[in-house]
Design a binder for this molecule. Structure first.
Ligand SMILES: O=C(O)CCC(=O)C(=O)O
Length: 244
């Protein structure tokens, strides 16, 4: 197990520029694992997976619809949660053994307000530090609810609610993580963030997940939900990150 972690950590797919950006700003946008020529097909698969999900896995919130567990819905997105630059970001940020906590689809509906700025996990939690990631199924633009981040806030000990009365409001210095479909946002879950308003007429589709320390409690029990056809196709790195 430690050998596998060391092999992941010694990879060089995360450039030093990207690693510095993640460390200093708390987020970075990278080309993701699905080639841009494949994105149209991937988007169709995303839609089909959402349409066929059991009601128990679908959660419709005020601005987004979320569908749980994209490990067990087919192999289309398998490369995402073993993507070497993402796993190397986990080694650098978590600094020890880690595992996948969640992987879900999140569709931000048209004409929705901005999400409140937040951090994903308390510093005192066993799930801290957390590395979040968002694969852009649609292009992320200023008008369709790109994720906004307040750079450097992962170095602060206080949360947005300590200083903001309206956390949906813009915050000085916030940046939008925009990019073409297929881009991957990797971020430190302590960086203040949230989706911007979607003022467009279309949805903003994404796949989102998080890695946490191996000693933390995963949001999704991947081992308990594991289907035999999924288990059969998993390689050693996937089994490691799924903590099987
Ligand atoms: O969808 C986004 O852009 C951000 C989502 C997010 O921050 C969250 O669900 O906690």
């Amino acid at each position: 197990m430690d050998d596998l972690y060391d092999a992941i950590a010694s990879g060089a797919e995360l450039s030093s520029v990207a690693a510095r950006e993640l460390h200093e700003r708390g987020f970075v946008v990278l080309p993701g694992p699905v080639a841009s020529a494949e994105m149209e097909r991937a988007t169709n698969v995303y839609d089909a997976m959402l349409a066929s999900a059991s009601v128990h896995d679908v959660h419709a919130g005020s601005t987004t619809t979320r569908v749980n567990d994209f490990v067990n819905r087919g192999n289309e997105f398998d490369a995402l949660y073993v993507f070497p630059p993402l796993l190397q970001a986990c080694c650098r940020t978590i600094g020890g053994g880690f595992k996948l906590s969640s992987l879900h689809a999140r569709t931000l509906r048209p004409h929705t307000a901005a999400q409140e700025l937040h951090v994903d996990v308390d510093r005192a939690s066993a799930d801290w530090p957390l590395v979040g990631f968002i694969l852009m199924i649609d292009e992320f633009r200023p008008d369709n609810g790109a994720t906004r981040f307040v750079p450097g806030t992962h170095h602060w000990s206080h949360k947005p609610e300590a200083v903001m009365t309206d956390r949906r409001a813009d915050y000085d210095g916030q940046l939008l993580a925009t990019g073409p479909a297929g881009s991957l946002i990797v971020f430190n879950g302590s960086t203040w963030h949230g989706h911007a308003a979607n003022t467009s007429d279309g949805p903003r589709r994404s796949l989102q997940g998080a890695f946490i320390p191996r000693t933390g409690r995963a949001a999704t029990d991947f081992s308990g939900r594991m289907r035999s056809e999924t288990r059969e196709r998993l390689g050693a790195v996937a089994r490691y990150v799924l903590s099987l």
